[in-house]
Design a protein around this ligand. Sequence first.
Ligand SMILES: Cc1ncc(COP(=O)(O)O)c(C=O)c1O
Length: 463
Amino acid sequence: MSEGKINFTRDYDKTNEMFVDIEKSRSIWPGEINQKKLIKTLTTKCFDEPFYLYDQIELENRIKTFFKYFKKNKSNRFVAYAIKANPHNAILNTLATNGINSFDCASPMEIVTIQKIFQDQNLSPPTIFYNHPEKSVSDIKESIKRGVHHFTTDTIFEVDRIFSELQSGKEYEIVVRISPKLTVKSEAQIALSEKFGATIEKGKEIIEHIDKATKQSGMKVNIGVSTHIGSQNFRPDIHCAYIEEIVKVIKETDKKITVFNYGGGIPVNQFKGQKENMEILENYLSELDKISTNLIEPLLGENGKIIIEPGRGMVCTCIDLMIPISRKRKRDGKYYLWMRDGIFTSFSDYTIHKWKFPFEAMKKSGKKLRSRKVNFTLFGRTSHEKDFVENVFLPRRTKEGHYLWVSNAGAYHSAQASYFESHPVHRYVIYRREEELAYKQRLVQFFKRLLGKIQFWNNNIQF
Ligand SMILES: Cc1ncc(COP(=O)(O)O)c(C=O)c1O
């Protein structure tokens, strides 16, 4: 970004981003900055392109909450961000510079990306947990070359694959992913226990196998267990029940277990705001903290490690998505809009999970439209016939020139986008709302003072 201006040139690089620095942008936004003014400027300048509006302070607040309610300055507890949820440089940079230094990686490319971010920021290398349970030989080779010490698996077959690549003289961790069958069913919206995770019985066998291979090879390998409740689990009590079930494995094996990874699954209510979602997070983390203190830490002992791997729970609420509407049609009593986005870009989860998203309509000014709502079908920007999102209720007068506003669009939206038809990827606009918050605070203080004066006059002036 050049001094005082946003760079509006368009390129097709996936990391394309604009940094909206409030201090430098005074010439663009004189007076107090607020989100609405920013949106108005961007919709006017970006005319017909969608963009992700990234609220950096919200992510910083989420990080602080993870530290305050779960990590609590304990060196045995790790908040490992699951990069798959959003690997954008802007997000990773914020995490890196705000104290997140361990990461759940699912591929060598994620490892390379995060290591480069730390290198560029002159930070000491991050801790990598390579937790995808299905890895090719070259994936394992590449990650070991890059200094990875921690692997998760759910088969004996892969344990052997990992062992054959380990380098002597180094210390490693191999973690067995287990999917317990519970009487209380997981209420997560995306189950992850079908595809991955050994049964309790198989899990014990794999632990035995790692122990045997460690002794035979003379390597130093610590053993761990992990689980994943599934994504969007709104029941921390069920997450704790999962953890308790796996505790049985730890108790029944005579092998020393030193790592427990609780996985991801911390939810975000897509239809609620940042404040309510922060309360959901605080409550969830408090439950995980309790079970860690009361049950897991005593069990793992002094050198034990507890890991959580939030993806959605970390980044979902920090991004709003703005999509221009390019066309409207009313045919046979039905309403249709064409949006410059679709199932191949931000809404793949509509097709995969039939998820509903919090679509709202707004004018270019950033003002939300509020009138009688009707059922719209939103056509995507590609020519694919199935590129649409149905049953979206929006004000009837929504039309071309207006925008769709989707909040809580930070996780698995841009991350799952494809390059189909080579449409440009959406830009990230990064903004900080310190000034907006400070302005609001000044307003509150002004009214408080005014109220105080009015009360003083009431009490002291006699008519
Ligand atoms: C191993 C692992 N950890 C963490 C996550 C992140 O899950 P969530 O985004 O629900 O927090 C996933 C998601 O698929 C995963 O597979």
